[in-house]
Design a protein around this ligand. Structure first.
Ligand code: FE
Length: 229
């Protein structure tokens, strides 16, 4: 099987939350989809090693926030590249509790769904949870974040063969050397800068303050390596 064939599948990007007793956790997931409308049921695949998996398996309830395309990298990184075993992911995050008392993240969220698990299937490293919807609401209008948009535009991993890449390189900038985060793979592109982190487009990597951190995983600047052109 050519692994590139699988990479052509399209996904969204969601924050999935659950609880265990009085503790909350949430994580990024790209696999939520509607199975049927009568009754309203969604399916979701979660890695069994994740703390959120442990919480859902026990409480049998979860929420899914559908992220907006303008969600910043740092916000996604807080839920995606950190573990709730080490940090409280809900610090500085705007959320409310749903009918099942599971947190629903509202920041950068277009809509949310709340579900009760009624069945599950173990598949390799993951569990597919089937959840019946108990509540769902639109928070604001906008374009949903897709997994492809997150990787290509937000994380700067647009392949050189892509038409958008060719367009970008036509611009003349003083320093175009990219740097890659050794922890998460995020690529700092001087042309784009890191506007969410206060770095203007056109800022060479060398001129970024030492207090700056990887917008995806929070790694320090010395964890970045120069990329060869
Ligand atoms: Fe990183």
């Amino acid at each position: 099987m050519n692994p590139k064939a699988m990479q052509k599948l399209g996904y969204g990007l969601y924050i999935v939350c659950s609880k265990k007793e009085d503790k909350y956790n949430g994580q990024i997931a790209n696999t939520i989809f509607q199975v049927c409308s009568e009754p309203p049921v969604i399916a979701m695949a979660i890695n069994r090693q994740n703390l959120t998996h442990e919480f859902i398996a026990q409480s049998k309830v979860f929420t899914g926030s559908i992220l907006s395309q303008d969600a910043p990298l740092s916000f996604i990184g807080n839920f995606g590249f950190k573990s709730g075993r080490q940090v409280d992911k809900f610090e500085n995050v705007h959320y409310k509790l749903g009918e099942t008392l599971v947190p629903i993240v509202l920041d950068h969220t277009l809509a949310y769904l709340e579900a009760k698990v009624f069945n599950q299937l173990e598949v390799g490293t993951h569990t597919i949870f089937l959840g019946e919807i108990v509540e769902g609401e639109v928070v604001k209008e906008g374009d949903p974040m897709t997994y492809a948009y997150y990787h290509q535009v937000k994380r700067g991993t647009t392949p050189k063969s892509a038409p958008s890449y060719v367009e970008e390189t036509k611009k003349v900038v003083s320093n175009t050397i990219k740097y890659k985060c050794n922890v998460c793979g995020y690529i700092y592109d001087p042309e784009k800068g890191d506007p969410d982190g206060g770095i203007k487009p056109g800022t060479p990597f060398d001129e970024i303050s030492d207090s700056w951190a990887c917008p995806v995983c929070g790694a320090t600047k010395d964890m970045f390596a120069k990329m060869e052109e």
